[in-house]
Write a protein that binds this ligand. Structure first.
Ligand code: PGA
Length: 249
């Protein structure tokens, strides 16, 4: 795991954007794995700014998002489908038909899970997966205890995740109880992973990710088994790490 320490959220977003843009510009066809939440918003804004200034094209890019709430339709303001359009897709030239987000309204949710993994496979897999990390170590919505072998599946969200996400809803009762998420096995199949973390609330998670043992109790720890992971995290998120060799910018 390569660990890059940056000063703050802005620098994390800029460095992540440079990283992703270098891949997008170099390839004729690239499949990105995308995340939602507060962490990648700055990255997406950097990509939008670059698209406006430098006209970087995304015509050859396709994407798969990590997760979606069960029960919210794609145009619900709190759905991740809506988030992606607002925060990225509507502001760059990626063909919308190239973008994939699991449907939280599918009549056959198990079928939707299986079809999602099959679609990723049929597109040749994910070249670069962007991840945030939950304070409990979740990646996507793979909560503690999730099997490392899990494909895309339905999860019940933990109270801590629902509390963390309540800030986007009018009340915690409105936060859906379940979600559909790419599984840990699905995420690990990505050729490359870029994990971003910023701020005080991620300190414990970063310490466990870098210094803890690999355990299903802390889902992100599985990334230590992947051969191509880059973590870009700010000073505050890394403040509890001891004696770790950090790459700085
Ligand atoms: P956040 O969420 O980016 O809003 O902190 C990260 C996550 O839950 O994976």
């Amino acid at each position: 795991m390569k660990l890059i320490e940056v000063k703050d959220y802005q620098e994390m977003s800029r460095v992540a954007a440079d990283y992703l843009l270098s891949k997008v510009k170099k390839s004729n066809k690239i499949t990105l794995g995308l995340a939602t939440g507060g962490t990648p918003q700055g990255l997406y804004q950097e990509l939008i700014n670059d698209h406006q200034e430098n006209k970087t094209s995304y015509q050859h890019v396709s994407s798969f998002n990590l997760d979606e709430y069960i029960g919210l339709s794609g145009n619900h303001p709190n759905s991740y489908c809506h988030y992606m359009k607002e925060n990225l897709f509507n502001h760059i030239d990626i063909p919308l038909e190239n973008t994939h987000i699991p449907s939280g309204k599918a009549a056959d949710l198990d079928g939707e899970c299986q079809a999602y993994d099959e679609k990723i496979h049929s597109e040749g897999g994910i070249d670069l997966q962007v991840l945030g990390i939950g304070s409990n170590g979740h990646i996507g919505f793979n909560e503690p205890g999730t099997s490392f072998d899990s494909p895309t599946h339905i999860v019940e969200l933990t109270p801590s995740t629902r509390e963390a996400n309540a800030r986007y809803f009018d009340s915690i009762e409105e936060v859906p109880s379940h979600a559909i998420t790419m599984g840990i096995a699905s995420i690990l199949k990505s050729k490359e992973i870029l994990l971003l973390a910023s701020g005080h609330s991620k300190q414990d998670a970063m310490k466990k990710l870098v210094e803890g043992k690999i355990s299903e109790d802390f889902p992100a720890s599985v990334l230590n088994r992947h051969s191509n992971v880059t973590v870009i995290a700010d000073e505050e998120a890394l403040a509890l790490l001891k004696n770790h060799k950090l790459l700085t910018r």
